[in-house]
Design a protein around this ligand. Structure first.
Ligand SMILES: [Zn+2]
Length: 335
């Protein structure tokens, strides 16, 4: 089961939880009304007070009279609630006996907080982590976090300069992962030769964003290309369809530039993807071995301008501990 499937299953559980909260509150109400019918009268009156005040406020053009109507509603409402609470207390019940009770009051069992973009509540994240841990879905991602970053990569650097470059890239990525969605530029492009830790760093960012409750999709350029090809030939879309790549709040593309170049597909669909995500302000995080010049050459001006747009994208050149090629270069932030 992948992460998206776990989320769907958990969302179904939460929907049931909410329905159960409602049913339980309704059952408590029936029980109370059987013991004291006057409570039903008070509840009806409470609703009528609010409705009457609304009508009055819509009727009145005079601001002062509107204010008076609002004030009257507040007073009458408070008094009505006071009587309701007294009656509940007289029955030996707590004052909030008729209110819906939630397992989690933070999200009222919806699984979401009120943030924009939508973010999973802590209770949901915890349940998701548990499910994924039991299922092994987190394998790989769980060790790729910022805490392990320093140990595993900086140690491999050949010179202090390389280590410094790497730590600089780490700082930028960590800041992004920590501050999203309140970031000036929602896109991140890590480029540089193979073996310098781009994928690792990208995974660190993604793991942290998931940890913070955001949702997204991580995909290799090769699989992304397959999704585009399927879409192009009108085939039954895979679980991770092209539309999902456009819609997901955070998209992580690893190894951009390693996918096949197919006429009418690669460049066209990549442009659509980046363009729609840019227009919607969604975050796209990319790792590539290609330099900005090579990106321009491969995908053309239109795609490159979306990839490298300095107003939307933080571009980080990663170089340093290139273990496979053994030729360190200077690194640093370009944009
Ligand atoms: Zn919650």
């Amino acid at each position: 089961m992948d992460r998206a499937e776990h989320i769907r299953a958990l969302q179904a559980e939460y929907a049931q939880l909410q329905a159960q909260d409602r049913r339980e509150a309704e059952a408590r109400l029936r029980e109370v009304l059987a013991r004291d019918p006057e409570i039903g009268v008070l509840r009806t009156r409470g609703a009528a007070i609010a409705l009457e005040a609304m009508r009055e406020m819509m009727r009145q053009t005079d601001l002062e009279k509107r204010r008076q109507a609002a004030e009257k509603m507040r007073r009458d409402g408070l008094e009505n609630n006071r009587q309701l609470r007294l009656r509940l207390t007289a029955l030996g019940l707590p004052e909030d006996y008729l209110e819906e009770k939630h397992r989690c009051e933070k999200c009222r069992d919806t699984g979401y907080t009120d943030d924009i973009p939508a973010r999973f509540c802590e209770c949901f994240q915890k349940a998701l982590r548990l499910r994924m841990f039991e299922d092994g879905t987190m394998a790989g991602l769980d060790r790729q976090n910022f805490a392990h970053f320093s140990d595993e990569l900086v140690r491999k650097c050949n010179t202090p300069q390389e280590a410094q470059n790497l730590l600089f890239a780490k700082t930028i990525c960590q800041q992004f992962a920590q501050e999203y969605p309140r970031v000036e530029r929602p896109n991140l492009l890590l480029y540089g030769p193979g073996g310098v830790g781009k994928t690792f760093l990208l995974n660190c960012v993604f793991a942290r964003l998931l940890e913070r409750g955001f949702s997204g999709v991580r995909i290799t350029a090769y699989r992304m290309h397959e999704t585009m090809r399927q879409k192009h030939i009108g085939a039954q879309e895979e679980a991770q369809g092209f539309e999902e790549l456009i819609q997901t709040p955070i998209l992580v593309i690893d190894d951009l530039g390693t996918e096949p170049m197919l006429r009418n597909i690669t460049v066209e669909y990549l442009f659509t993807l980046l363009n729609e995500r840019c227009a919607a302000g969604r975050a796209t995080l990319i790792a590539t071995n290609l330099s900005p010049a090579e990106l321009k050459e491969r995908y053309g001006e239109r795609v490159a301008s979306r990839l490298l747009d300095r107003s939307r994208c933080v571009t980080v050149r990663m170089a340093g501990a290139d273990l496979r090629q053994g030729k360190p270069r200077n690194g640093g932030e370009e944009a």
